[in-house]
Design a protein around this ligand. Structure first.
Ligand code: F6P
Length: 358
């Protein structure tokens, strides 16, 4: 048996642990393992693969990033390429990918990725590639998964950062707006916001109104609390408003960012209070994974190999109700796990007085 491993989309803490567990579990069964370099981005190069042996994965559980490299512009169905006129376009290189797999005798692919990677996987399955998926994204928004690898570390980092910003907000009696990742789902903002005792949490699932935030600020001022901590997901938007974006490169999703600055300016204008904004950005994706992320990544990686051994292909290994399960990859394509507005976590936020902007 020859297995390839791919990491696609944005990196997340725990990717290396998943690669290590999958590699060791495969080697234990006498299989060969190849890592695909840079998502699918190197598929046209002379050396698209790295041989993964025990030495290659030694000591990587605690390392951030991915030893394979990854790419947000590596969709084989829409690979960015320069056209004859010098402009950029995309082309479908999926047949070349399938051919490369055949030439190298690859029997199965472990695709470690987020929603984008699982959409790609669904299409590759139709081209005959045997795939097992491992759910990764700090955004925690993959449908059918209670938790994705990378999320736990991201919320730890965000919580610590918000804690630190809170002390300076209080000293200066400012409004502080902290932007965290979360394109279409507010898991990071909600979890880190509650854990760090933020006063306002704005998530994509609940379009916000400035009136509601100003009311919260005034209520705090009336109690002698002359600072307010606002956590905003990058994908949050005002009621009837638009996503705040920074443009779009060819073959890539639109880049979000800037909502914190906009909210900080608007609130300053409306309250007369001084405000500052901070974007945590890729800090949330970098560095060593938490204990939980190491463990869940190792469990996912090893489970993917057991799935292949049973020839139970085209499944995503997931955690549901604290048990590892398998669900069809095609069943989650183009779906997303949003924060449920009647969940106890949202209720908790409301019960302890956090303003959710509605
Ligand atoms: O999907 C994960 C994510 O962290 C999003 O929250 C964010 O919008 C995106 O990646 C940013 O990716 P990059 O800047 O690396 O392209």
């Amino acid at each position: 048996m020859k297995v390839a491993i791919n990491t696609g989309g944005g990196d997340a803490p725990g990717l290396n642990a998943a690669i290590r567990a999958a590699t060791l579990a495969a080697l234990k069964r006498g299989w060969e393992v190849l890592g695909i370099k840079n998502g699918y981005g190197s598929i046209y190069t002379d050396e698209p693969f790295i041989k993964l042996d025990a030495r290659a994965v030694q000591g990587i559980t605690l390392q951030g990033g991915t030893i394979l490299g990854t790419a947000n512009r590596g969709n084989p169905f829409e690979m960015p390429c320069k056209k004859d006129d010098g402009s950029w376009g995309t082309k479908d290189v999926s047949d070349h990918l399938v051919q490369t797999f055949e030439e190298h005798g690859i029997d199965a692919l472990i695709a470690i990725g987020g929603d984008g990677s699982m959409n790609i996987a669904s299409r590759l399955i139709k081209k005959g590639i045997n795939i097992v998926g491992v759910p990764k994204t700090i955004d925690n928004d993959i449908y059918g998964c209670d938790i994705t690898l990378g999320f736990d570390t991201a919320i730890d980092i965000a919580t610590e950062a918000i804690d630190r910003i809170t002390t300076t907000a209080e000293s200066h009696q400012r409004l502080m707006v902290v932007e965290v990742m979360g394109r279409y789902a507010g898991w990071i903002a909600l979890y880190a916001g509650i854990a760090s005792s933020a006063d306002v949490v704005l998530i994509p699932e609940i379009p916000f109104s400035y009136e509601s935030i100003v009311e919260k600020i005034k209520e705090r001022e009336s109690r002698g609390r002359h600072y307010t901590m606002i956590v905003v997901a990058e994908g949050a938007k005002e009621q009837d408003g638009e996503l705040v974006t920074k443009g779009k490169a060819v073959g890539q999703e639109v880049q979000l960012g800037g909502i914190a600055e906009r909210v900080a300016d608007e609130l300053s204008e409306r309250t007369g209070k001084e405000s500052r904004s901070v974007v945590l950005g890729h800090l949330q994706r970098g560095g060593s994974p938490s204990t939980y992320d190491r463990l869940i990544s190792l469990r996912f990686g090893a489970a993917a190999v057991r799935c292949i051994q049973e020839r139970d292909f085209n499944k995503l290994v997931v955690l549901q109700d604290n048990k590892l399960k398998r669900i069809p990859i095609t069943s989650i394509a183009n779906k997303m796990k949003s924060v449920s507005l009647d969940s106890d976590t949202v209720q908790t936020a409301r019960d302890i007085g956090i303003c959710l902007g509605d």
